[in-house]
Design a binder for this molecule. Structure first.
Ligand code: ADP
Ligand code: ZN
Ligand code: ZN
Length: 729
């Protein structure tokens, strides 16, 4: 049936990797007017059915001979509208991703699959008649008895119960099965508890809060720089409380490892309203519920990791990005967005201040602050009674080491333990040892599918590739020379744990890395086993943040030397941030803290600058070097990556891409080059780097060139992706 060309059609963004929208007729009897925009529709696509979002309506394109009709409209009113839809369109343009792919990233899985916007009414619990009479029969002081008693005065909100206890739900369900309690709906915007006031803010904190509140109602980026323990979170809380008093919503982004139950409890207790959380540990249904609660304006405060930046903010008042330098804000696959950068984009579109907090701001943000584009707030001292830790560099050249630990270090640990204090040994490498080496012929265990050595695990029995997950047992003899002299080289957290356990058998010892903490809440459980007495913690980056440890007075940093000489231009920045972050764990309590840095390179400029002048001195030096070398923030980058089982296909694609992206000298093209790890999981990897002093020049070039990449015949034989503002080159 030919379509009359005048009748408007729906232009639908579908989750397929093609840079275009797809035209459909409205379902039978419907008219494609503007109120479809932002609504989800179910449409036929090839032999499948897909859920997409109507992005535009208008006359059908010329290339559409015969249009199919959409099967159903899934939203009575637009799911995506106004600022959120505009910001998502902006993201599609800026990251050069098809809008359908951006929408698929932004929407919670359940909504992407076409499920209706879930019910978000808040609930509470109350005693039934049976409960009132039956209560007396429950064993005194038992958990069921206490919870039933708690409901005596009337309905108690679930958020309130969350505040009081972590594990009331199973007990409540058991009471419900006996008919003693029932779940009831609460009116929207119920209060959870009296907000508990925080400490009286010091002068610097008050000044920071004043700057933030002065910016309410308009876009203003603010960088809040303050060492760990300087009271940044108290500043956030005060500014959020103010936001709530004005009847506006607040969004707080936190890094993946920062969203601990401790953090949420602190926010809930202080604000007195429900605090919603969004993180990777939530079930699909729960994620959709939080999103819907924001959409309806029922949720007033959302604390979430990266993807929370895609939540609706119909009554936005403030956006906070905690630890704004953190790498977890950058998504490393699919739509390679930076949640920090999108926070600024949305803040601008919404007309609200965006507060970026960090002890160690990214060089990008510092550069903006120095240039006056961001307000710059600082908290120079630790709040409360905590004092800054003293830092000592321990030169271990020519020293004897046991699992990478020097005798001096072990002696310092011993002293602290004897005093009843806790010690953290930080090593950013999990496993037993990073390499298995044949002492006789020099053979080392390499992954068959990656250009990388396999890591020794299982106390020296297993080999695991950290890049592709390949596993095998350690061979009984060297595959090259049959020697039995196979030796694990270097030390990961597992080996350090063994060495410390042997040396300090009488103290509790907890290892925290990705292996021991598969589950989100595992870190807190682990730390709880340490208790209040003396003890040892061994761990990776997971330990660098969150989880107050008041008894922790000594932090030992070992094995940082490889980071000092990495080829990645961001490696110094990352290392400096990590060192400051880890050092910040020492002495958050009254007792004076100490940090010992063990290294073979005590004279390295990164360490000497950091020690003498702290992060600001390091950042000044590093920014000067970036400027001289023409790296961000003094240049803007985009990285085109390609991979395929066939190396020739990768090179052919990148050569053709180079031609498609070529132009005048405002944008420099480097490559094709092999990726830093040229083979991973059996696939060859290459890249082409685009670099420009000015962002608009780079964007213009990508706009002209990227659509051509989809059409290249060479593109069919590779997997390719574009990374705008890449973190890793
Ligand atoms: P940050 O977020 O910068 O690491 P926090 O806000 O968590 O710092 O504060 C560190 C500790 O100091 C917390 O225990 C906090 O309650 C306390 N604190 C913060 N501000 C003050 C203040 N003005 N007076 C007393 N204690 C404070
Ligand atoms: Zn050998
Ligand atoms: Zn591998």
């Amino acid at each position: 049936m030919p379509t009359p060309s005048a009748a408007p059609v729906l232009r639908v963004a579908l989750p397929v990797p093609l840079p275009r929208l797809f035209d459909y007729l409205p379902p039978a009897g419907g008219r494609a007017d503007a109120d479809w925009i932002g609504c989800r529709v179910r449409v036929p696509f090839g032999r499948r059915e897909l859920v997409g979002v109507v992005a535009e309506t208008g006359p059908a394109g010329d290339d559409a001979p015969e249009l199919k009709a959409a099967l159903a409209r899934l939203d009575p009113e637009p799911l995506l509208a106004g600022e959120l839809l505009d910001s998502l369109r902006w993201a599609a343009r800026y990251y050069h991703e098809p809008l359908g792919q951006v929408l698929a990233t932004a929407l919670p899985t359940a909504l992407r699959a076409g499920q209706p916007l879930p019910d978000t009414c808040a609930h509470g619990w109350t005693l039934t008649e049976a409960g009132r009479t039956g209560l007396a029969g429950l064993r005194p002081h038992s958990r069921p008895r206490r919870i039933a008693e708690r409901l005596r005065e009337g309905v108690v909100a679930e958020d309130r119960l969350d505040l009081e206890s972590d594990d009331w739900r199973p007990v409540m369900r058991a009471l419900a099965r006996r008919g003693y309690v029932e779940r009831v709906a609460l009116p929207p915007r119920h209060a959870v508890a009296e907000a508990t006031p925080g400490p009286a803010l010091n002068g610097a904190q008050r000044a920071a809060v004043a700057e933030i509140t002065a910016a309410f109602g308009r876009f203003r980026p603010l960088l809040l720089e303050g060492v760990t323990g300087s009271g940044k979170t108290e500043v956030y809380l005060e500014a959020i409380a103010d936001t709530l008093r004005r009847g506006r919503q607040a969004l707080v982004l936190v890094p993946e490892i920062g969203l601990t139950p401790q953090t949420l409890r602190r926010f809930r207790a202080r604000l007195g309203v429900p605090v919603h959380a969004l993180h990777s540990g939530l079930a699909d249904g729960e994620r959709a519920r939080v999103w819907a609660a924001m959409w309806r304006g029922q949720a007033r405060v959302l604390v979430g990791t990266r993807s929370a930046i895609f939540c609706p903010l119909p009554e936005a008042g403030l956006i906070v990005v905690d630890e704004e330098h953190d790498g977890s804000y950058k998504q490393q696959d699919g739509l390679r967005y930076s949640a920090r950068d999108l926070a600024l984009v949305r803040g601008k579109a919404l007309g609200v201040p965006v507060l970026l907090g960090s002890a160690t701001p990214s060089l990008e943000s510092l550069h903006h602050a120095h240039a006056g584009r961001y307000g710059h707030l600082s908290l120079r001292q630790r709040a409360g009674e905590a004092r800054p830790p003293s830092v000592r560099v321990l030169d271990i050249r020519k020293r004897k080491l046991d699992a990478g630990l020097s005798e001096e270090l072990l002696a310092a640990i011993d002293t602290r333990l004897r005093r009843g204090e806790q010690v953290l040994v930080f090593k950013n490498r999990r496993g037993y040892a990073p390499v298995l080496l044949c002492h006789d012929c020099g053979w080392s265990a390499q992954c068959r599918r990656c250009d990388a050595p396999m890591t020794v695990h299982g106390r020296g029995r297993r080999l695991i590739c950290h890049h592709c997950g390949a596993r095998q047992s350690v061979p009984p003899a060297c595959p090259a020379c049959a020697s039995l002299a196979l030796q694990p080289q270097g030390a990961g957290t597992e080996r350090i744990e063994d060495a410390l356990a042997a040396r300090f058998p009488d103290y509790p010892l907890v290892r925290v890395d990705r292996e021991t903490t598969r589950h989100r809440d595992a870190v807190e459980k682990h730390l709880a086993t340490l208790g209040d007495g003396p003890g040892l913690l061994v761990g990776t980056q997971i330990l660098a943040k969150g989880h107050d440890l008041p008894r922790l007075t000594l932090v030992c940093v070992v094995g940082i030397d490889e980071g000092l000489f990495s080829a990645d231009f961001r490696a110094p920045e990352r290392l400096a941030q990590l060192l400051i972050q880890v050092a910040g764990r020492a002495g958050r309590a009254q007792a004076a803290g100490e940090v010992i840095l063990q290294t073979h390179h005590p004279e390295h400029p990164l360490l000497t600058t950091l020690l003498a002048g702290g992060y600001p001195a390091f950042a000044a030096l590093e920014l000067a070097q970036r400027e001289a070398a023409g790296f961000p923030p003094f240049a803007h980058l985009a990285l085109l990556r390609a991979e395929a089982p066939d190396e020739g296909a990768v090179t052919a694609f990148l050569r053709a891409a180079r031609a498609a992206l070529a132009g005048d000298e405002t944008v420099a093209l480097h490559g094709p080059l092999p990726a830093p790890m040229a083979r991973r999981a059996g696939r060859h990897r290459g890249q082409l780097l685009l670099s420009a002093p000015l962002r608009p020049a780079l964007q213009a070039r990508l706009h002209a060139g990227v659509p051509r990449l989809y059409a290249l015949p060479e593109a069919r034989r590779v997997r390719w992706s574009l990374d705008v503002d890449p973190l890793d080159l």
